[in-house]
Design a protein around this ligand. Structure first.
Ligand code: PMP
Length: 425
């Protein structure tokens, strides 16, 4: 039944049926979690070998460097080389960080905020209220960094091939208080969208009214394929250099969802100018990140082909979970008008757009039935989804059986919320 065209009688009888199913689900005292994009325990087991890569005194001296001692502000050469190959950039463009790319993003924004960019422009904190563009739905933690600093955030609709570039270009070209944009260019969080070559080129060639405009290019899911269609996108640093825009791009990545979230290695890649600028400020903040962990990762993978082979093992675990969620959505909600979703070819999420005005209700219904979702609204700046319709489904963490049980509840709640809404209209 399509709730958009069903009669009142049909809707009332469907509501009774769904309410009975919902009450039954509630009586099971479920405790299921589809809220955060964490790898499952079986995925973490894949990388356990990392922990035994360095055991003896001899292991601790790697390429002539004692990993246990101070030093190496920008990372050990072999780790830089590994990330450079993964992101198709040169070694000189890589700065290795600690265990989290989010920390590197935060630090980079802080450098711009407190000290100003490599071009000698005034710190952002001294330029009045500045604006940041946020493709939506997007990653809540990106938005939170800007919110913490009191920036004004502007929603940019996300399409299947990237953000609405007409809107981005206009705002960036006309308003010098627009200082930056967040981008997850590949298998984006949460829609799974991949930026088209054309979108990447438009970013690379963008005309910016602000001399200190910056693109925060978070390539968190660069090798996280879920299908044989292993999509590659153009190298933003190389493209931007063609237009004299190399200093506007900062790219980030990490092994959080390759090895261990919280115990992986992160990196920032940028122009030589920007790396020099960042290192010059960083040297006051740190003596150097964890070289032991960098070397363990290098030894464990060997090279970028080793990373690709490892990601195939993740895919073998993750793809069936995604397929199950997608087929349950199709079976239970296909043609009902209760929601729409995309089928991602990589990444960690499935983005669900409910019948307008139902996301919060679905979240609450699920919560009462023991199924935790990411907060409704979390995928938008300030937690405010103007149409109250987006929910982010994270299928990775629960085992398959739990995921199935959680999705059964989710589908009942999504349909029930749509029926209630339609009846109230
Ligand atoms: N960027 C995106 C787009 C993410 O989805 C996540 C994890 N959910 C992160 C960054 C966090 O990465 P890290 O662990 O390297 O801080």
């Amino acid at each position: 039944m399509d709730v958009r065209t069903a009669s009142r009688e049909e809707l009332l009888s469907l509501k009774d049926e769904l309410t009975a199913r919902y009450d039954e689900a509630c009586s099971k005292n479920l405790k299921l979690d589809m809220s955060r994009g964490k790898p499952g325990a079986d995925q973490l087991d894949l990388s356990q070998g990392i922990l035994t890569e360095i055991q003896t005194n001899e292991d601790a001296v790697f390429e002539g460097l004692d990993l246990r001692n101070y030093g190496g502000l920008d990372g050990i050469p072999a780790c830089k080389a590994l990330f450079a190959d993964m992101l198709h950039v040169k070694h000189e463009n890589v700065l290795i960080g600690g265990n989290a790319s989010l920390t590197m993003m935060y630090d980079n924004i802080m450098r711009l905020w407190v000290f100003g960019d490599c071009g000698g422009n005034k710190p952002w904190s001294q330029q009045g209220t500045i604006k940041f563009l946020c493709p939506v739905p997007g990653y809540d933690r990106h938005f939170a960094i800007c919110q913490q600093l009191g920036m004004e955030l502007i929603n940019i609709p996300m399409k299947d091939d990237g953000p609405d570039m007409d809107m981005v270009e206009k705002l960036v070209a006309e308003d010098a208080s627009v200082k930056g944009i967040w981008c997850v260019p590949k298998y984006s969080n949460p829609t799974g969208a991949v930026y088209s070559d054309e979108v990447v080129r438009r970013f690379a060639s963008i005309k910016h009214a602000a001399p200190d405009f910056k693109i925060m290019w978070d390539n968190a899911y660069c090798v996280h394929h879920l299908t044989d269609d292993k999509i590659e996108i153009p190298n933003i640093l190389e493209e931007a250099a063609k237009y004299g825009n190399e200093d506007i791009v900062f790219q980030f990545a990490s092994t959080s969802k390759i090895t261990f979230p919280g115990a992986g290695v992160a990196c920032m890649t940028a122009s030589v100018n920007n790396i020099k600028w960042a290192k010059n400020l960083l040297k006051v903040q740190a003596i150097g990140p964890d070289k032991i962990n960098q070397a363990r990762h290098v030894k464990f993978f060997g090279n970028v082909e080793g990373i690709a082979a490892h990601m195939e093992k993740h895919r073998a675990i993750l793809a069936p979970k995604f397929e199950m969620v997608l087929s349950m959505l199709e079976e239970n909600l296909g043609g009902t008008g209760a929601g729409s979703w995309l089928s991602p070819k990589g990444g960690y999420f499935i983005s669900f757009d409910s019948y307008p005005g139902c996301a919060k209700r679905i979240y609450d219904l699920c919560k009462q039935a023991g199924v935790v979702l990411t907060d409704a609204g979390a995928t938008f700046p300030y937690g405010k989804d103007p149409e109250d319709k987006n929910l982010r489904i994270a299928p990775s963490y629960p085992p398959v059986e739990e995921l199935k049980a959680a999705m059964e509840v989710f589908c009942v709640c999504a349909l029930l919320a749509a029926v209630e809404k339609k009846l109230a209209e």
